[in-house]
Ligand binder design. Structure first.
Ligand code: C2E
Ligand code: CA
Ligand code: CA
Ligand code: CA
Length: 280
């Protein structure tokens, strides 16, 4: 028993070491990815159900790795966040997304979508995110109503005063503020009283259980009712089937996002959806 215990330990040790090496590799590569222009953004359409048109897009980060091909954020965001690399990367993401939004605004005018950008809590508070956002808007002339930031519920909940005042300043500019992955924070929702939130995004895990199990269906309905009651715009993410879409519409959800309506795509492909109805 002792020997097998040792073997298990060594195996565990081995995979831990492999994991550490892999993280260092990711970190080193990511460190140079910005300079080498290996990062890019793809955009997923957000459909407004009452208008039946795309009124927003979410910017999602991709890394064109020279050897490994396209690497998704699930593989590198945690490493970037643990080492503060997320700060320069996040700055690049904001500038690139605002640049693209401005191009679309000049091309599509009233049909231009609002650009939603994912923000890490590491970027908020200490680094004057509000100043960065104001600068990006001033430099480009992008109307404030064409920009929104998404922060996950987990991140918002563990924030302190400086983060709250930074977020209040951002919201004060007129930029949208969405709570992402709503319902997954394992926490009270009293922060909704203190934070100047404008949008809620229902996490995909609730949406995927819609109509399949009672708990997820009831929770999704309750979140939509809560959001509407607070005067927030509610977006469901991860919508993959027309059955889910029908249920969300019936429950009063304002907006939907997911593979059913469009995958994250390069700029020119997503632009083809602007102004067009989905009949959804
Ligand atoms: P998220 O913000 O919750 O983004 C939604 C994720 O769900 C995206 O994964 C998207 O591609 C995926 N998705 C969209 N529709 C569907 C669907 O119908 N079915 C399924 N199965 N998945 C769907 P992605 O692009 O891999 O991004 C993962 C996470 O990485 C994001 O989750 C976000 O938390 C983070 N992330 C992405 N880009 C950035 C960024 O620029 N900055 C920061 N800080 N985080 C980012
Ligand atoms: Ca998001
Ligand atoms: Ca989300
Ligand atoms: Ca998520």
């Amino acid at each position: 028993a002792k020997r097998s215990g040792k073997a298990r330990y060594e195996m565990g040790d081995d995979s831990l070491a492999a994991l550490a090496i892999r993280q260092i590799e990711i970190y080193d590569g990511l460190h140079r990815a910005l300079e080498r222009h290996e990062l890019r953004l793809v955009y997923q359409p957000i459909l407004d159900l009452s208008e039946d048109r795309v009124t927003g897009v979410e910017a999602l980060l991709r890394w064109d790795h020279p050897e490994r091909g396209v690497v998704g954020p699930a593989e590198f965001i945690d490493v970037a966040e643990s080492r503060e690399l997320i700060v320069p990367i996040g700055r690049w993401v904001l500038h690139e997304a605002v640049r693209q939004a401005t191009l679309w605004f000049s091309e599509f005018g009233a049909d231009a979508p609002r650009m939603w950008v994912n923000i890490s809590d590491r970027q908020v508070g200490r680094h004057d995110l509000a100043g960065l956002v104001r600068g990006a808007l001033d430099d480009t002339g992008l109307p404030v109503e064409l920009l929104g930031l998404e922060l996950t519920e987990r991140q918002v909940v563990r924030t302190g005063h400086s983060v709250r005042s930074d977020l209040a300043a951002i919201r004060g500019l007129g930029v949208g503020l969405a709570i992402d992955d709503f319902g997954t924070g394992r926490t009270g929702i009293d922060y909704l009283r203190e934070l100047p939130v404008s949008h809620l995004k229902i996490d995909r895990t609730f949406v995927s259980g819609l109509g399949q199990d009672r708990t997820n269906t009831a929770l999704t309905d309750a979140i939509i009712t809560l959001g509407r009651g607070l005067g927030l715009t509610v977006t469901a993410e991860g919508v993959e089937t027309s059955d889910q879409l029908g249920r969300l519409r019936q429950a009063g959800c304002h907006r939907v996002q997911g593979y059913l309506l469009g995958r994250p795509q390069p700029p020119s492909a997503v632009a083809a959806t602007f102004g067009a109805g989905f009949g959804a």
